[in-house]
Design a protein around this ligand. Sequence first.
Ligand code: NAD
Ligand code: TYD
Length: 341
Amino acid sequence: MKKTIIVTGGAGFIGSNFIFYMLKKYPNYRVACLDKLTYAGNLSTLASVINNENFRFVKEDICNREAVFSLFEAEKPDIVVNFAAESHVDRSIENPSVFLQTNIIGTATLMDACRKYGIKRFHQVSTDEVYGDLPLDRPDLFFTEQTPIHTSSPYSSSKASADLLALAYYRTYGLAVSVSRCSNNYGPYHFPEKLIPLMIANALNDKPLPVYGKGENVRDWLYVEDHCKAIDLIIHKGKAGEVYNIGGHNEMRNIDIVKIICRELGKPESLITYVADRKGHDMRYAIDPTKIHSELGWLPETKFEDGIKKTIQWYLDNREWWETIISGEYKDYYEKMYGNR
Ligand code: NAD
Ligand code: TYD
């Protein structure tokens, strides 16, 4: 059946991968991407689909009510998937206000439009960071959908606020909302200020590899396409009003990831530089994905050993994409964040 999906934040890392996945899997679907093109959004990322007749790009802010409502009026979407967000914890520590604006007010604006136009599903792409962190010495503990919200950073607090609003819109207005909380993603088009792409880019340029604190913090890494598959399942088969955790039981310490990148690229570990820790740095994230597995049959397909190789190869093959980013506004950010660290 033909469907129209509005994907917000589709010029960013996960949203773009989701658009590629959906256009390929559903040749009869129309996808309209709404993205403000902040520092993290890059239209060149969407070059391979920009002329696809089933695709449309609109440069707009999800907080702009008038623009959002007129896009809904024009497209009459069946489904809205909200990836648009300020997504970097370190930036949220420097300047929280834009996180509150985009991540909370923007989500509410989209849901107001969904209510007005009777949209059949609004999916909020959230994060495991809303659960706070787990101690390193309790490997038996995992985040389930029942784990209390307990945020650490302005970023995770803004995402948690959006989740609560989404669930409130379900209960109060009956809007068919679903929420997914995924662990850390990696893969192609990951913005080169996040751990994995930053380390790949720095290693390729023989620059220091800045590891926060002792590098013992643990993240639960998932290949981005597995996340896209999970969202596809949730928007088509998941229940409204429900939260689904997404994660592939792939916990790794930051330092071990950085060492793997050095090894894969044939670079010396002497590039690793320990720098001042992040304020309020979460120790460990670990998802229990039992619900999405048992209810929707989702399982991750890409093993980390394969995914990291594919990702590194992608960064080798697409130097122009990330070098252009690194030479732009990001250069000032890097100087500010790492200059005196
Ligand atoms: P990203 O920073 O790479 O991309 C965000 C996109 O949103 C960019 O294209 C940006 O231009 C756009 N955007 C920002 N503010 C906007 C606004 N006001 N209006 C319209 N567009 C705007 O982020 P990502 O890593 O792709 O993350 C996407 C979503 O997934 C986010 O909601 C994030 O919280 C969530 N998430 C990310 C991860 C991860 O590991 N990256 C894990 C779990 C959940
Ligand atoms: P990041 O990619 O920013 O994702 P998140 O904070 O959302 O998990 O960071 C992943 C981990 O890597 C986190 O523990 C912080 C750490 N980190 C470094 O050690 N050095 C860096 O330069 C960056 C960007 C992150």
